[in-house]
Every structure is written in C-alpha cells, then in structure tokens.
Design a protein around this ligand. Structure first.
Ligand code: ADP
Ligand code: MG
Length: 243
C-alpha cells in the first residue's frame, strides 16, 4: 500500500505570526519595510527596537491589519491578511489586544467603564462584565480606582487601564507600540513586568520600545529594524547601538 507523503513540517513550531518577504510602501517616500521575514511562535515575548522611522509602527499596523502589505505574505493566527474579507476583520481583531504610547482612553468615562467598554463591543453579558472587569483591574493593580476618570490618574495608572482594556477580552496576541514612551523609569518597569506576567500566562506579547535598559535587562528575543530592514533577530538579545 502506498504510504502518503508526510506534509512538510512548518518552519517554526506553533507559528502564530508569519511574515515572508514582506514589503510595505506608503504612497510617498522610501518603503517603510523591505523584504521582512519574521516568524513568531505562540507564547513568545518579542521586543521590536530600532530608531525612529525604522518601520516599527508600520509592522504593528500590518499585524493588526490596519494596513495591508505591498508585497510578500503575512499570516497572523491562521488568517492570511492579504486575503481576509473586510467583514471578517472584526472577528480577527477580537483576538488581538493593543496598547499605545498615548493610552487612548475614553476621557469622559471612568476606569471601570473604559475597560467594560471593550467587553460591551464583543457583546459580553453584564454578568460576565461584572466578573471580568474587576478581575483584570486587580491584576493591573487598579482595584481601588474604578471611579476615577483618566485625568485623575497618573500616566502609569492610565497605561494600566489601557492594558486592562487590552487584556479583558483575553487576546491571543498582545501588541504594544512604545507602551512606556510616556512613563518614568519606575512605571516603565512596572508595565514591562506586567507584560512579562501576561506572557507567562500564555499570551504572545510583542513590544515596540526604545527603552534600552529594560531590553538589556529582560533577556528576551529582540528584533532590530533599521530603515525598514531587520538587521538582527536574537534570542535573549540586547539593544543594538545605532551610534
Ligand atoms: P517607527 O515606528 O519605527 O518610528 P514608522 O513605521 O512609523 O516608524 O515609519 C516608517 C517610515 O514610514 C518612516 O519613514 C515614516 O516617515 C514613513 N511613514 C509612516 N507612516 C506613513 C504614512 N502614513 N504615509 C507616508 N509615510 C509614512
Ligand atoms: Mg512608531
């Protein structure tokens, strides 16, 4: 009896993100990303570093399918993002949590409502919301601050709210674009430690940062971009000096 040929093993075990020969050009200027090959496995923690303008945010936006690639192949969580139908994008994004440098909270809503809002969007029941929101606020250390409005909080606290909002729907991947860019060293460390803890609980975490001290100390995988090209990708890497 003929034995069926085994399928070729995937290049990376448990791959959750696959960029193969990806380029991205905006309508103006030089390409923002050039021939990027990046493979990330489920459960990894990855820092993305590089000078301003090197393409870090473009990479994050491609992963979110906020932008589409110009050429190559991109697959995130099994979705081929060049082919995904518009009506499928919300379902795809449900599995992503995202945190930005500038927090992006709803200014007229309190802490509890900012986090609950993310659950309402995906039509969670009030019963679930009442269970999930306090539990995630406790994890980020904001159990006593439900009623505060964003302007009544420090930068570090606001970023914790943003993190709680990103996590409350239990995303498969958490993307953070310079989450500590507006924070002092102490709060930066606390946010990074939270990200590490979230990763230890199984979430794949990708963090864009300029914080060389933290990158060097945490000993995670580090992907370095320079002018749209990955110039290094190291396990337990450090911050590469561009000077
Ligand atoms: P980084 O996040 O590393 O600072 P970006 O991904 O934001 O870099 O930008 C990479 C390059 O793409 C830069 O040269 C930037 O000027 C350019 N770029 C970013 N966004 C746009 C846009 N919407 N239109 C045109 N060029 C852009
Ligand atoms: Mg950026």
């Amino acid at each position: 009896m003929a034995v069926k040929k085994k399928r070729k093993a995937p290049a990376v075990e448990n791959e959750i993100i696959n960029l193969t020969n990806v380029s991205k050009a905006y309508s103006t200027g030089a390409p923002a990303l050039k021939d990027v090959n990046l493979h990330i496995s489920r459960g990894e923690f990855v820092f993305v570093v590089g000078d301003s303008g090197s393409g870090k945010s473009t990479l994050i936006k491609l992963l979110l399918r906020e932008l589409t690639i110009s050429s190559g192949y991109i697959n995130v969580m099994g979705y081929d993002l060049s082919k995904i139908k518009h009506r499928k994008i919300p379902k795809f994004r449900r599995n992503l949590g995202i945190v930005f440098q500038d927090f992006r909270l709803l200014k007229d809503r309190n802490v509890y409502e900012n986090v609950a809002f993310a659950q309402r969007i995906i039509q969670k029941s009030n019963k679930e919301i009442k269970k999930n929101v306090p539990s995630i606020l406790a994890i980020v250390g904001l159990a006593g601050k439900y009623k505060a409005k964003p302007r009544q909080l420090s930068g570090g606290e606001q970023q914790r709210v943003a993190l709680a909002r990103a996590l409350v729907n239990q995303p498969t991947i958490l993307l953070a674009d310079e989450p500590t860019g507006n924070l002092d060293p102490k709060n930066s460390w606390e946010i990074m430690k939270l990200l590490e803890q979230i990763n230890e609980n199984g979430t794949t975490v990708i963090v864009v940062t300029h914080n060389r001290e933290i990158v060097n100390a945490m000993q995670k995988r580090v992907v370095t971009l320079r002018r749209g090209v990955i110039i290094s990708d190291e396990e337990k890497g450090g911050y590469i000096d561009e000077d």
